[in-house]
Design a binder for this molecule. Structure first.
Ligand SMILES: *Cc1c(COP(=O)(O)O)cnc(C)c1O
Length: 468
């Protein structure tokens, strides 16, 4: 029995689907950004069991529109400013279609040479366009959280306790310590949990008034830990943190890491993409100290989720940490055919994610992507200036990249300031015309606006200001 007897239905439905997607893109402004459904509303529309005889694509597309779409919050909406605004670009959507059609699995080079080789080529391009050091090994995984976990498994391997062979249980080992700023993304702590380090050993280092890791505090923590017989394993520096875009002082942190022989992982998940603009490369100051780096093209480089890039200058350690026991530990990597990506991480099966990154970079070109990112940053700056001009509002952090964090101020009354800020945030989100999120800095509650969608124009940003 053939699953699909012919391609006739596919062809007809496929043409309709492309038309539907094009209409969706053209009319995205007319959608509510935030879904209006209540918990359970979506689930209860579906039967207890799937169809016995199957249903045709027209029926499914009708269900998609009437039952599923109402429960979608439109991340591809130009007025989506919450968390990090992302873009499922047209080039990216087409590439995803091809990826699905090929359904290639790039476990090893031989299982689809183009999958491995295009990943190598595109990540070499990307490293150069971002101004990263030469000679980095790159791989694509789903998310920055996964990549940070992978990097920190390599860091654990690098401490020299032969954990690859003997593991961490049933042995008398020193406490392994992981350092990050108190403003680091939760993925650092999660990696610590998954590594079996325990959250008590994920050390949150104090930050300065501009939300950057304090290097003296890091040095003190390392010295204290060593004196107590603990083993510093890795430092995570954040290049553009999630709340405010602040940049930890990677160079000074890197000097500490080099002196102390501690793995340095640099998290540029959000801001990394912006460094395709040469004038923004101070993000990477000191990056030559990094043992590993993560950046997400699925955040600010117009590539549909998921596509996160891990770079390391020590691929032999990453491979030692993940290659199965019987794989020889030597590493040549002199040829793309030597790159069997399954040996460098947890997943064995690998999607062809490099195809969409290739399609996005080549279709738009570096100059167009730069221009879009520069607009986003210019609009964030303009928004911040408008807020600073007002007596009843204040910025909670210096405006960085495309992020603006601000609050309404009721002089001398913190509780009233918070309540007033909450009311403004609720008014924006309850309008369903724009979506913003919040953060807390130094105990102060603020509205956080992240510009980053490829369809956003100044009028969408201006709409936020109309609520203030
Ligand atoms: C968004 C973000 C992450 C997490 O990214 P995922 O791909 O969702 O795991 C990690 N670090 C920083 C700095 C981020 O902004």
């Amino acid at each position: 029995m053939k699953l699909d007897p012919t391609s006739a239905d596919f062809r007809a439905a496929g043409h309709k689907l492309i038309e539907w997607i094009a209409d969706y893109i053209d009319n995205i402004d007319s959608y509510d950004v935030l879904s209006r459904v209540q918990p359970g509303d979506i689930a209860k529309q579906f039967p207890e069991a799937p169809s016995r005889e199957g249903r045709d694509y027209d029926a499914l597309l009708a269900d998609f529109q009437s039952k599923i779409l109402p429960g979608i919050t439109h991340w591809n909406h130009p007025s989506f400013f919450a968390y990090f605004s992302i873009t499922g670009s047209q080039a990216g959507v087409l590439a995803e279609l091809l990826t699905a059609a090929l359904n290639a699995n790039g476990m090893v080079w031989k299982t689809s040479p183009s999958l491995t080789e295009l990943e190598v080529v595109v990540l070499r391009w990307l490293a150069r366009e971002l101004g990263l050091p030469d000679g980095l090994f790159g791989m694509i995984n789903d998310t920055a959280s996964t990549n940070t976990f992978h990097a920190l498994v390599a860091a654990r391997e690098a401490v020299g306790l032969d954990i690859r062979r003997s593991g961490t249980s049933g042995r008398d080992l020193p406490a392994l310590r992981l350092y990050c700023s108190k403003h680091a993304h939760v993925s650092a702590e999660k990696a610590g949990l998954a590594l079996g380090i325990g959250y008590e050993n994920v050390v949150k280092i104090a930050a300065d008034e501009q939300h950057r890791m304090r290097v003296e505090a890091l040095e003190e923590a390392i010295a204290r830990d060593r004196a107590a017989g603990m083993l510093p394993m890795a430092i995570v520096a954040t290049a553009g943190n999630t709340s405010t875009g602040a940049i930890d002082p990677t160079r000074a942190i890197g000097e500490v890491a080099a002196r102390e022989k501690i793995w340095l992982h640099v998290d540029g998940a959000y801001a990394g993409s912006a460094t395709i603009c040469p004038e923004l490369r101070d993000l990477w100051d000191g990056i030559e100290y990094a043992d590993s780096i993560v950046t997400n093209p699925h955040k600010w480089m117009f590539t549909p989720i998921d596509c996160s890039v891990l770079y390391t200058r020590r691929p032999e350690v990453l491979r030692a940490a993940f290659a199965p026991a019987e794989t020889p530990a030597y590493l040549t990597l002199s040829d793309t055919a030597d790159v069997n990506y399954m040996d460098f991480g947890v997943p064995m099966g690998r999607r062809f994610r490099a195809l969409k990154l290739w399609m996005v970079m080549e279709h738009y070109g570096i100059e167009r992507m730069r221009a879009v990112i520069r607009d986003h940053i210019a609009w964030a700056k303009r928004m911040a200036e408008e807020i600073e001009r007002r007596d009843d509002y204040e910025l909670l952090a210096p405006q960085k990249f495309s992020l603006v964090v601000f609050r309404k101020v009721v002089p001398g009354d913190e509780a009233a300031s918070e309540a007033a800020t909450q009311r403004v945030l609720d008014a924006i989100n309850d309008s369903h015309k724009a979506y913003v999120s919040s953060t807390r800095l130094g105990g102060k509650y603020g509205i956080r606006v992240a510009i980053g969608n490829g369809a956003t124009e100044w009028r969408h940003v201006e709409q936020i200001l109309s609520f203030l």
